[in-house]
Ligand binder design. Sequence first.
Ligand SMILES: [Cu+2]
Length: 158
Amino acid sequence: MLLTEASTQESKLDAGQEANPVKIRIATLVLGAAILLPVAAPAQTGRAKVKIVAPANGATVSGPVKVVLQATGVEIVPATVERPGTGHHHLFVDHDLTPVDDTIPRGVTGILHLGRGQTEFVLDSLAPGPHRVIAVVADWKHVPLKPLVADTVRFTVK
Ligand SMILES: [Cu+2]
């Protein structure tokens, strides 16, 4: 609607005189858009994220495989720290995610809690072939953060 209005008025410009008011109006529209963008941005950047930095998705690697994790917007701490805005990493190695509202179980093959606040973990017993690792950040109760903070890579061990 606004754009249509602007271009309609612009076509009148050719007549002459009213050029300046219309130009100012267009400039205001552009400025308005520019001002709106930074306001929307913090909500996005404030959201916690995790990235599996290594191995790269789709890579072929030799074992042992070092998994390197990078979290933003959440402080990675030992599982003993009970503080909002914190969490610890979990790895699901060739294992599907457990229900996101539930505690991530312990003592299950393929589910690892990096409960000392580690940001790296070496997988030293992966068989040759394709593998999938899902990283999930969960709080001190081992319940995944909401909204879910997770990343997935698939790779092949030579
Ligand atoms: Cu945990």
